[in-house]
Design a protein around this ligand. Structure first.
Ligand code: FAD
Ligand code: 2HG
Ligand code: ZN
Length: 515
C-alpha cells in the first residue's frame, strides 16, 4: 500500500500549496463591487428590454417599508444600494433605490402583499453570487435581501433533516452540521457567500452532485411567500409524502419568479469518515472519459466528485491569482475524490485506481492526498477559476449539459470561431455530470464577441440535445434561449403558472421567461 499524506505519482514537484480563505463574505464583496469599475447599466446594454408598468418608488412606499422594518432595515442611500445593484461577476447593473432587509416570513409576507397591491416590482436577492443576472434589478425593482433571515431552526441528528431560514450562508450551515458529523449535500465555490435560499431558488448543482444528487431530491420541504403575500407552508421534513402535487418543486429552481423562499428543510448526509483526493494531469480529453468510466466502475460507491479542468482554465488561477499547482503543465487535469466510511479500504481502492491509471498511461502525472489542508489547496485551484477568469476582464459564460462524449467538443469549435479577439476560450467543470462551463474572456464587454458566440453556442447545444443551462439557471441573460431546451408547449405552461401565481408580475420581472 502507498504511504498516506500527499503521494507523489510521477513528475510531482514538491511545491507548497498556499491556502486561500473561503469565498469573500457578503459585506466584503459589496465593497469590492463598488471599488471596481462598474458595468454599464443593464437598461443601456440591453435597450430592447423595456421597463414594465410598475409603480415608481415614492414616499408612500418608503413610509410603509420603514413602519414595518424600521429605518435601519430600509436602505436608500445610493452608495449603500450600489452593491445590491451589481452582480458579483459585474455583468449587469440595475438602479434600485431601495433595499429591504426582512428578518421573518411574516415581514416578507407583508412586504409582498403591499408591493402586489401597489404594483411595486421586487427582486429577491441572497448572496448575489448568481451567474446569469437573476439576482440584481434590471431597472429600479426594490431589492428584498434575505441576509438577516439566518436562523437555524433544527437539526435532527438521526434523520439528517436540517430546517433553517433562507438567508443562511451555505458554508455556515456546513460548519454547524460538521459539529454533529453531518454535512450539506451540496458544495460550490461560492459557499462562503451564497445563501441556501439562493441555492434552492437556482437549483444549484455544484461539485458533488454526482454523489449526493440535486436539490429536487435532497430538499425535503420549503416555506415560500407568494406574490400576494400568502404563505405556502410545505416545510415537511418527511422523506416520503405523496399527498397531492409536490408544490415544493415549483419553488426549487424558479429563480424567485413564483415566490420568495423563506425556510428550507433539507436532507443532510453523514460527514464522511474518510476523504481522499487525487489531482491528475492528462494528455487528451479521450483519456478524461476513460478515467471517468474507470472511476465510476472501480471507486463505485465511494466516488464523490469527478471534475475536469483544461490547461487554459488552470492557467487563469495560476497566472491571474498566483495559485500554485502541484503538477507540471498538461492539456487536461482531473480531480477525483472519494467519500467513505473506512479509511484503509478507501485508501486501498483509491491507490489501486491510481496505480492502474498510471500504468495504463491514462494519466501522465498526479498526486493524491487525504490531508485536509492539502485537499483544500487542490480544491482551491478548481473553485477559484470563476475568480481567475474575471481578472481577464469580462467573461462570457456558458453553462451547458452535453452528452458526455461531446462534453469538450464545443471548446475547440468556439476557439476557431472567435479567433484572436478572445483573451481566452476555456472549458472546465462537472464532467461526472456532463456539465461543462465554457468561458470566453475579453478585456471588456464586446457586442461583436457576443454576436459571434450567441446564438451559435445554443444552436450547437440544442443539435446535440444538450441543455442551455445545466445548473446556473436562466436569470436575465438567457431568457431568449430557453426555447433551445424547452418545447413551445412547456414554455406556454410555464407562462400560465407564472400568471396564476403572480398575476401582476411583480416577482423578479424580466427573468426566466422569454418575453
Ligand atoms: P443570488 O445570486 O442572490 O440569487 C440567485 C437567484 O435566486 C436570483 O434569481 C434571485 O432572485 C433568486 N433568489 C435568491 N434568494 C431567493 C429566495 N430566498 N427566494 C426566491 N428567490 C431567491 N452554481 C452552481 O449551480 N454550481 C456551482 O458549482 C457554482 N459555483 C459557483 C462558484 C462561484 C465562484 C460563483 C460566483 C458562483 C457559482 N455558482 C454555482 C452560481 C451561484 O453561486 C449559485 O447559483 C447560487 O446558488 C446562488 O446563490 P445566492 O444566494 O448567491 O443567490
Ligand atoms: C463552477 O462549477 C461554477 O465553478 C462556476 O458553476 C462556473 O464560472 C463558471 O463558469
Ligand atoms: Zn459549476
Amino acid at each position: 500500500m502507498l504511504p498516506r499524506g500527499i503521494i507523489p505519482l510521477i513528475g510531482l514537484r514538491p511545491v507548497s500549496l498556499g491556502i486561500r480563505p473561503s469565498f469573500v463574505c457578503s459585506s466584503q464583496r459589496r465593497e469590492l463591487a463598488s471599488a471596481e469599475v462598474l458595468p454599464q447599466l443593464t437598461k443601456d446594454r440591453y435597450p430592447h428590454v423595456k421597463r414594465g408598468e410598475y409603480a415608481k418608488l415614492d414616499q408612500h412606499h418608503l413610509g410603509f417599508f420603514k413602519d414595518l422594518l424600521g429605518p435601519d432595515r430600509v436602505i436608500t442611500d445610493p452608495s449603500d444600494c450600489e452593491g445590491f445593484n451589481v452582480d458579483w461577476i459585474r455583468n449587469v447593473r440595475g438602479y434600485s433605490q431601495c433595499v429591504l432587509k426582512p428578518k421573518t416570513t411574516e415581514e416578507v409576507s407583508k412586504i409582498l402583499s403591499f408591493c402586489n397591491d401597489n404594483r411595486v416590482a421586487v427582486c429577491p436577492q441572497g448572496g448575489n453570487t448568481g451567474l446569469v443576472g437573476g439576482s440584481v434589478p434590471v431597472f429600479d425593482e426594490v431589492v428584498l435581501w434575505t441576509g438577516l433571515m439566518n436562523n437555524v431552526m433544527s437539526i435532527d441528528e438521526t434523520s439528517g433533516a436540517l430546517v433553517c431560514q433562507a438567508g443562511c450562508i451555505l458554508e455556515h450551515l456546513d460548519n454547524q452540521l460538521a459539529e454533529k458529523n453531518l454535512m450539506m449535500p451540496l458544495d460550490l465555490g461560492a459557499k462562503g457567500s451564497c445563501h441556501i435560499g439562493g441555492n434552492v431558488s437556482t437549483n444549484a448543482g455544484g461539485l458533488r452532485l454526482l454523489r449526493y444528487g440535486n436539490l429536487h431530491g435532497t430538499v425535503l420541504g420549503v416555506e415560500a411567500v407568494k406574490a400576494d403575500g400568502e404563505i405556502i407552508d410545505c416545510l415537511s421534513t418527511l422523506k416520503k409524502d405523496n399527498t397531492g402535487y409536490h408544490l415544493k418543486h415549483l419553488f426549487i429552481g424558479s429563480e424567485g419568479t413564483l415566490g420568495i423562499i423563506t425556510k428550507i428543510a433539507i436532507q443532510c448526509p453523514p460527514k464522511p469518515k474518510a476523504v481522499n483526493l487525487a489531482f491528475l494531469g492528462l494528455k487528451s480529453f479521450e483519456n478524461v472519459l476513460k478515467i471517468l468510466k474507470k472511476a465510476k466502475k472501480d471507486l463505485g460507491e465511494i466516488l464523490s466528485s469527478c471534475e475536469m479542468i483544461d490547461e487554459s482554465s488552470l492557467e487563469s488561477v495560476t497566472e491571474n491569482l498566483k495559485l500554485k499547482s502541484p503538477l507540471s503543465i498538461h492539456p487536461f487535469y482531473m480531480l477525483v475524490e472519494t467519500h467513505g466510511s473506512n479509511k484503509e479500504h478507501d485508501e486501498e481502492k483509491m491507490n489501486k485506481f491510481l496505480e492502474d491509471v498510471m500504468e495504463e498511461g491514462l494519466a501522465l502525472d498526479g498526486t493524491t492526498t487525504n490531508e485536509p489542508s492539502k485537499m483544500k489547496a487542490i480544491w482551491d485551484l478548481r473553485e477559484s477559476i470563476t475568480e481567475g477568469l474575471m481578472k481577464d476582464g469580462y467573461a462570457f459564460k456558458y453553462d451547458i449539459s452535453l452528452p458526455t462524449k461531446h462534453f469538450y467538443s464545443l471548446v475547440p469549435v468556439l476557439r476557431e470561431r472567435v479567433g484572436d479577439i478572445a483573451q481566452r476560450v476555456c472549458g472546465y467543470g462537472h464532467v461526472g455530470d456532463g456539465n461543462i462551463h465554457l468561458n470566453v474572456t475579453t478585456r471588456k464587454f464586446s457586442q461583436e464577441m457576443l454576436d459571434k458566440i450567441e446564438p451559435f453556442v445554443f444552436e450547437y447545444t440544442s443539435k446535440l440535445r444538450g441543455s442551455v443551462s445545466a445548473e446556473h439557471g436562466i436569470g436575465f441573460k438567457k431568457t431568449k434561449y430557453v426555447h433551445f431546451s424547452k418545447s413551445k408547449e412547456s414554455i406556454a405552461l410555464m407562462k400560465k403558472l407564472k400568471a396564476m401565481m403572480d398575476p401582476n408580475g411583480i416577482l423578479n420581472p424580466y427573468k426566466v421567461l422569454p418575453c
